[in-house]
Write a protein that binds this ligand. Sequence first.
Ligand code: GLA
Length: 744
Amino acid sequence: MLKLVAFFLTLSIFSSLSAQDLSINGPWKFKTGDQPGWAVPGLNDSAWSTIHTGASWENQGYKGYDGFAWYRLHIVIPSSIKDKAFLKEKIRFDLGKIDDGDEFYLNGFLIGRNAGKGGTIQSGDWQQQRSYTIPLTDGRIHWDKDNVIAIRVWDHDGDGGMYDGKYGISVMDVTDYISLDMSTDEFHFSAADARQFSKKIVLRSSSEKFDFTGRLNIRVVDPFSGTAVYKQTIGTDFAQDRPFEYTVKTSLPQQGPYRVEYSFEEGRSKKIVTAAEEVPYILTPSPGAAPRINGPEIYGVRPDAPFLYKIPATGEKPAAYSATGLPSTLSLDKSSGIITGSIAKKGSYPVQLTVKNHAGTATRRFTIICGDKIGLTPALGWNSWNCWGLSVSDEKVKASAAAMSEKLADHGWSYINIDDGWEEKRDDKGEILTNNKFQDMKALCDHVHGLGLKIGIYSSPGPRTCGGYLGSYQHEDQDAATYARWGIDYLKYDWCSYGEIAPQAPSLDEMKKPYIIMRKALDKTGRDILYSLCQYGMGDVWKWGGEIGANSWRTTGDITDTWGSMAGIGFSQEKAAPYTAPGNFNDPDMLVVGRVGWGPSLHNARLTPDEQYTHISLWSLLSAPLLIGCDMSRLDNFTLGLLTNDEVLAVDQDALARPAKKVWDKDNIQVWVKELKDGSKAVGIFNQGAQPAKPTIPYSSLGLPAQLKVRDLWRQQDLTSIQKAFTPRIPAHGVVLLKVKAKT
Ligand code: GLA
């Protein structure tokens, strides 16, 4: 059965990619420079050098080259590719992604251009897969003869040319025109029974010429047994202007994981288009009516710095908050749980927090440590980048703050961080001004503080930020003072464009320099501003980030919402782990759960539900800052469940700040174990395979005693029957996150 599942998975991943009839991987002819005549088919290019697609021109002998260059390829396009196609309408040229912009010529004729928003190829979008289509009857194609594909490329900064994406020439066939669109609807679950769901799917055609009929088969499959718990076949009929919609409605035998498999068989050609998706399933139980106090056990503040902390407590509201042992210079608002003030004297202040409501009372020890260190546990917050990119605005920040206050603050989430895209020019005194998306930064900070939350900002030590806005170069003191005046609590400090200031291959001291300058500037403000470096791990920053006074530092390049990116980053953090300490954290980049998009339009993160459980579990085991990267004004229940599991968050926030170690790595199963302050251990058993797994992992191989008390943290349930070995059922790319303690 497993074999069958494997077959299906492979099929579904590749179903949308049609087979390429002709390969165009090269070798191509290549020349740097730019001449209109280089598009002409008759040009003698035999003296041009050769190049392959799949690697940048920098990696093929043109190191550091930026500017124009041309690729040319001679290829015979046989008419047999038309003959074997069921539909004979269009031919498609897949030219991969071209860095940065391009013009595509076929036999001297301009077929298409990637010019981005600016309208010229200098403003092309390097991440866009280039697929150009023309009718089979187009006279610019020379069937059964030599054709010349000429591509004029422009590149600035970094890698250039045709090095990534899908390449080939194909006659578009049935499966190229038909798509199974799962993105128009969310899964809807019945409020009364979480096993009942409905979900709309749309069959679309992109063909201007053809209507399609056929059968749509839908199966909901238990991935462990491979058995279908729901099957349906529907007759369909659709066209470009007439999509076919169908809503799957069923009741699952139990909570997930389940997989919905769609397969459409086109009536005439019998060709099949498939797609599949996982049904989200919520593991986190709803918090009860009675209060429960969450958040860290320790909290750092510097002498005389403004203090702001909202006691995170779930349970029904209204609730009454109180505290004993609070330094007299701090005051607590009894109805909101917000503590403000400042502490003059260094020292450790043990406090007993109490929250009462009609359903009960909760108490918890909370130690305020007034000293030189802040951010003793990893930051829990939101950052605008992974959703809004440069389109972040005051309004979007406020919407996020409202959502955090309403839905997440009770679980300990507190930072609202504005990433790049808020800056304007400097005034004549050199003061940084906000752009018109942020009318009044001070008022925004006050608003966020009023909710008991904190607010962060972004800049770069170079003249410009990564998004091309103004950086802090030579204005560090002034910018830090401005941030403090506004009321900023967190600074993410990038590297972009500092490369123009630093020498070509900067020494370690030169790499540290801009961060030390800003550290000093922040120190002068007297405000507690969490300091987060974002230089992607250069110079093994984990070895020196703490020493230069950073609270966190990015260990990697930018994350994206794919399994490859998330798992690639998350599972390779061991090298940096030993440098984690209270107040100094490795940052494997922000979370990619919920609706993300890096720009104005968003999509659901392309991670399966199990991959998302893995993401949050792994980041928590690593003691990583958890910075939500989605649109929080549209948090669905699944994402909310991911972000509000207090027992999982407690692993991240554990006061020992000891990141997990990998203790088992065999047959796609990895086990990571993290020591916790109370003497217990958090154990993450991950399945990196694309199939469900049921490994047997003896406690002894993990260095654990033979008798354990085991608790499933996502389900918040004690497990009674397991002894001597873990034998979990783990979905593909999924995790089982446990807390274990020796049984005495
Ligand atoms: C870099 C960082 C991102 C984001 C952007 C902003 O790419 O790594 O996290 O801050 O800059 O331009």
